[in-house]
Design a protein around this ligand. Structure first.
Ligand code: ZN
Ligand code: ZN
Length: 259
């Protein structure tokens, strides 16, 4: 069994195909999925999916790429997270690739999420792109991670260096690999995945984006996370069952939910 630790099945292109998506999850032995919130206006739909389906979990947060969207307060995030199906805070983080200029608001928003995670004791889902130094610095400053008395989380859709992965792992974080790791061009990322211990790995689709091989270029969906798991097994030279079992156990441990 596999778990898709990060998807956006509330997005209209996927939400319109739910029966098909759930059937493919079952076919590919993908038992659970975490539907990740990207802004407050969409949050009710994310929560509704988690309430409708026992094997769908959800998070609450505002994505760093969303500029013109209501800014969440710590209190608001804490309040919205107060539901047993909300198992994480995010996605949050920094993205200096999509947006440029004065991004102090992005850093402030990130700090808000870390504070909410510390209060709720729900792990962080962190998105970082072209901003790893500031990401790690702010995580340390705000006390993210088990060492600092906070809770851990996951560096999602990881595409950074081994050094960044190690810094996050030291803080108690997990590293989540998406379909990108299966791309022929992703040699550097494959080298990182080879070094990250299986005990620290999660797998995800980030669907509807980034479909793994052999579906690259098509619309992604949670069932395809099986391909990411299979690829990592091949890369590490271990049985696929081992990757499935370990990444599933990692998910339940990090997000503190019963298997
Ligand atoms: Zn992301
Ligand atoms: Zn995402």
């Amino acid at each position: 069994m596999f778990i898709d630790s990060h998807c956006h099945i509330n997005f209209p292109e996927l939400a319109a195909r739910m029966p098909e998506i759930l059937a493919r999850m079952a076919d590919n032995k993908v038992t659970h999925a975490l539907c990740v919130s990207v802004d407050l206006p969409d949050f009710p739909q994310v929560l509704a999916l988690a309430h409708e389906y026992p094997h769908i979990y959800a998070s609450v947060g505002v994505h760093p790429d969303y500029e013109d969207t209501p800014e969440p307060s710590v209190e608001q995030l804490v309040e919205l997270a107060n539901d047993p199906k909300i198992i994480a805070i995010g996605e949050t983080g920094l993205d200096y690739f999509r947006l440029q200029g004065d991004l102090e608001w992005q850093r402030e928003r990130f700090r808000t999420h870390i504070k909410a995670s510390r209060i709720t004791r729900k792990p962080l889902i962190i998105h970082t792109r072209n901003a790893s130094e500031d990401t790690i610095r702010i995580m340390r400053e705000e006390g993210a991670g088990t060492e600092a008395g906070g809770v851990a989380g996951v560096m999602h859709c990881f595409t950074e260096s081994l050094e960044v992965a190690r810094a996050a792992i030291e803080m108690g974080f997990y590293i989540s690999f998406s379909g990108i790791v299966t791309f022929k061009s992703a040699k550097d990322l494959q080298a990182v995945a080879l070094e990250v211990p299986l005990e620290r790995i999660l797998i995800e689709t980030d669907s509807p984006y980034l479909a793994p091989m052999p579906h690259r270029g098509k619309m992604n969906e949670p069932g395809f996370v099986a391909h990411v798991g299979e690829y990592i097994a091949k890369l590490k030279g271990v049985p696929v069952e081992q990757v499935a079992e370990q990444t599933t156990a990692n998910f339940f441990k990090l997000f503190n939910v019963a298997a």
